[in-house]
Design a protein around this ligand. Structure first.
Ligand code: ADE
Length: 231
């Protein structure tokens, strides 16, 4: 899988992809992640990536040209219908489809090249949407200053689902949301911490009982905190 991020703040990404599962996936060549500075695709002498909106109004709008240039260079074409089959060009914006585990899974399963475009300011020239974008994703119903944190979230959610990214195959299967349930509670040493004891069943060695208990707790948590998932 290749993930290319287009941003006007490349430094924002610093070392975020150099830890834990993503770092391991990069080292194992399960994923390659590249950060591109949109400014480097601007051709005017000031390398402008944004401008004032036609029709007036506050704020600045990300210009088409650097984004079209970048997609042309990275994908080889600016025509969506000519993108290679497993290529997705994703705009991160609050107007997008809310990110869900199932969406991350479909990207992990069906794409091999994902270009994440980080929106900024008041928005992005609509011609980018009309022509280049295959998917528009939001990470939640709130407004960030830009798509950069969302690009990190989306990348993380996808990479951990790639084959062999996790050390144990079962880890992702048991994740919260995989079955529309929150995760069950976990405990580790010590058995007694300041008088708070680990539930007896987890120490019983009875795997069927442990399974039953975990399922029940996952259901309880989901009912208490995210009953919408059970609808
Ligand atoms: N850019 C600004 N807000 C966003 C959000 N909620 N999700 C994705 N990208 C965004």
């Amino acid at each position: 899988m290749k993930i290319d991020v287009l941003t006007i703040f490349p430094e924002f990404f610093g070392a975020v992809f150099d830890f834990g599962i993503i770092r391991r996936a990069k080292l194992a060549e399960i994923v390659e992640i590249n950060i591109y500075d949109l400014r480097s695709f601007a051709t005017d002498k000031h390398r402008k990536t944004d401008d004032t909106p036609f029709g007036g109004g506050d704020g600045m709008v990300l210009k088409c040209e650097p984004i079209f240039n970048a997609i042309e260079r990275i994908v080889g074409t600016c025509e969506r219908e000519n993108y290679p089959e497993k290529t997705r060009v994703v705009l991160l914006s609050p107007q997008g489809k809310p990110l869900k585990q199932a969406i991350a899974k479909s990207f992990a399963d069906e794409a091999n090249h994902i270009i994440l475009i980080c929106g900024r300011y008041e928005g992005i020239d609509e011609r980018v949407n009309e022509t280049l974008i295959t998917d528009e994703i939001s990470i939640g119903d709130y407004v960030l200053s830009g798509g950069e944190p969302a690009a990190i979230v989306v990348s993380d959610a996808i990479v951990r689902l790639l084959p062999n990214a996790l050390s144990s195959e079962t880890s992702a299967v048991n994740d919260s949301f995989t079955e529309n349930l929150l995760d069950f509670p976990h405990y580790t040493q010590p058995r007694d911490f300041r008088g708070m004891e680990v539930p007896e069943v987890l120490l019983s060695g009875n795997h069927a009982e442990i399974e039953k208990w975990r399922k029940q707790k996952a259901l309880e948590k989901t009912r208490n905190f995210r009953s919408d998932l059970l609808d």
